[in-house]
Design a protein around this ligand. Sequence first.
Ligand SMILES: Cc1cc2nc3c(=O)[nH]c(=O)nc-3n(C[C@H](O)[C@H](O)[C@H](O)COP(=O)(O)O)c2cc1C
Length: 188
Amino acid sequence: MPTPRILVLYAHPAPHRSRINRRLADAARALDGVLVHDLYETYPDFFIDVAREQSLLAQAELVVFLHPIRWYSMPSLLKEWVDSVLQPGWAYGPGATALRGKGYWLAVTTGSPEDAYGPGERHGRPFEAFLPPFEQTALLCGMHWWPPHILHGANGAGDAAVEAHVATFRARLEAFLLTTPKETTDGA
Ligand SMILES: Cc1cc2nc3c(=O)[nH]c(=O)nc-3n(C[C@H](O)[C@H](O)[C@H](O)COP(=O)(O)O)c2cc1C
């Protein structure tokens, strides 16, 4: 199999109960050129193989974080992944070039509808106000921030909305795969 150009880091703490993210992961998995890396399946003990993860990252041109929003942020295993894998001198800081120029795409779902995110509403501020830690992490590593792919109100979303969301996700990945490959480092 050719080296996958897209690495999808799929992090769902309860995948058997997922309605949306599981569909998105399946759609990505069906595409040649995409590696869907299921973090909760791979690391049930949270003990992350840093060298392996860095090697996977180095090969990819586009890195996708695919997960449900948990407490306004990412699931805990993905946070552990970020803490362990994005090391100084490799991912960021003087001399770090491993991730420079790669794309970073956040694909997330929220349980609450979009209108629950705003001043005076349940979550107090727009959903975008919770995104800077994601964006700045990508920028610190020299990555290109793609506009996030978000489905709000995931638990109550109708079938048509889910279909459309999955189709848009797949189409964006396909469009990327049609672009000319960039050179990547072998990382490790
Ligand atoms: C522990 C926990 C924390 C959650 N935190 C949030 C949150 O901060 N904001 C929100 O809108 N939904 C929150 N949710 C709801 C999930 O984001 C939602 O169930 C999920 O996106 C649905 O996607 P799925 O069908 O793939 O599981 C939370 C759910 C759990 C279990």
